[in-house]
Design a protein around this ligand. Structure first.
Ligand SMILES: [Zn+2]
Length: 281
C-alpha cells in the first residue's frame, strides 16, 4: 500500500507555539502526539510500501518544515519516501526554490496550502510556480479544505477555486487533500472535470457521517477511481484510515441508504498513487 499524505515535523523546531496551541484546542493534540521524528515516521509507515512525505512552508500558521530537512530524511530510503517540497508560490524566489528542490534535492512533488500560506490560489504571482510544476510533471498536493488554526482564512480554502486553476493549467497534476472536507461535493465535481485532478481520503474517517457522505458523493459522481489512500499521519495511521474506509458502510445497518461498493473501497487501498502520478513505473 502507498500512503500519499504523511507529515514529518518536530514540535518546537518546526511547529511553533501558535500552531501547537491550535492543535491542542481543536484536536486535543499534545506535543508528544504531534511530534513526528524521522524514527517515528519510519515506524508508523512499517506496513506501507512507500509514502509521500510532505514539507510545510507556512510561517503564517507558525509552521515551517525546511525542504533540506525533508530531503535529508527522504534520501535515507529513496525507493520508499517521496518528498513533496513546500514553497509559498507568491513569495519572491518561490519558483527558484522549487527548481532547487526538484533538480538538486530530488524532491519529486510540491505541497501547498493557500489557506495556511495566506494567499489566493488564483493570485497571478503564483503562476510561475504552477507553470514550472506543470512543465516538469511535478504533482502538487494542495490543502484546499477546512482547517483549524484561527489565522488560516477559510475564504482561501474552497476547493472550487481549483477548477479555474485546472482550466488554466490543464496538465498540472493536483491531489486535493481530505476530499476537500467539508466541501466534498465541490471537490468531487472539480476532480471529475479534470483528468489530472485527484483527491486523498485522509483525515476524515473519524467523522463517520461526513465520511460516508463524502464517499457516496464520489460514487455518485463517478470519481472513486481518482481517490488515493492517505493517513495525514500523525493525525491518523494508514491502518486506522484503511479500517475506517472498510467500515464506511457500518452506520447504514438497518437502513435503505446506498452502500459504498466494497470493490471500489478495495481498489482505493490497492491503488498506487505514485504510479498514477507518474513518479515511479
Ligand atoms: Zn496533512
Amino acid at each position: 500500500m502507498v500512503d500519499c499524505h504523511t507529515h514529518l515535523w518536530r514540535v518546537g523546531e518546526h511547529i511553533g507555539p501558535r500552531m501547537m496551541d491550535a492543535a491542542r484546542r481543536c484536536w486535543g493534540a499534545t506535543p508528544e502526539s504531534f511530534d513526528v521524528s524521522p524514527e517515528r515516521h519510519t515506524a508508523a509507515m512499517a506496513g506501507m510500501d512507500a509514502a509521500v512525505v510532505l514539507g510545510f512552508h507556512a510561517p503564517h500558521v507558525d509552521t515551517v518544515v525546511p525542504n533540506d530537512y525533508l530531503a535529508d530524511y527522504c534520501w535515507r530510503a529513496p525507493d520508499r519516501w517521496y518528498g513533496f517540497a513546500s514553497v509559498n508560490p507568491v513569495e519572491p524566489g518561490a519558483r527558484a526554490e522549487l527548481e532547487r528542490c526538484h533538480q538538486d534535492l530530488k524532491l519529486p512533488g510540491l505541497k501547498i496550502g493557500p489557506t495556511y500560506q495566506n494567499y489566493h490560489a488564483l493570485d497571478p504571482r503564483a503562476f510561475p510556480v504552477y507553470a514550472y510544476a506543470q512543465a516538469h510533471g511535478i504533482p502538487i498536493l494542495i490543502h484546499q479544505a477546512t482547517t483549524f488554526p484561527r489565522e488560516a482564512s477559510l475564504r482561501l480554502a474552497l476547493p472550487l477555486t481549483l477548477d479555474e486553476l485546472a482550466i488554466q493549467f490543464p496538465d498540472l497534476k493536483m491531489i486535493l487533500a481530505h476530499i476537500g472536507h467539508p466541501w466534498e461535493p465541490d471537490c468531487a465535481v472539480t476532480i471529475r472535470k479534470h483528468p489530472n485532478l485527484y483527491a486523498d481520503i485522509s483525515g476524515i474517517h473519524g467523522r463517520p457521517w461526513r465520511f460516508y457522505q463524502a464517499m457516496i458523493t464520489c460514487v455518485e459522481y463517478g470519481v472513486m477511481d481518482k481517490l488515493f489512500l492517505g493517513s495525514d499521519f500523525p493525525f491518523f495511521t494508514p491502518e486506522q484510515t484503511a479500517e475506517g474506509l472498510r467500515g464506511v458502510n457500518r452506520i447504514l445497518e438497518g437502513t435503505a441508504l446506498p452502500r459504498v461498493p466494497e470493490d471500489a473501497i478495495e481498489a482505493i487501498l490497492a491503488r498506487d498513487a505514485l504510479k498514477v502520478l507518474g513518479l515511479r513505473s
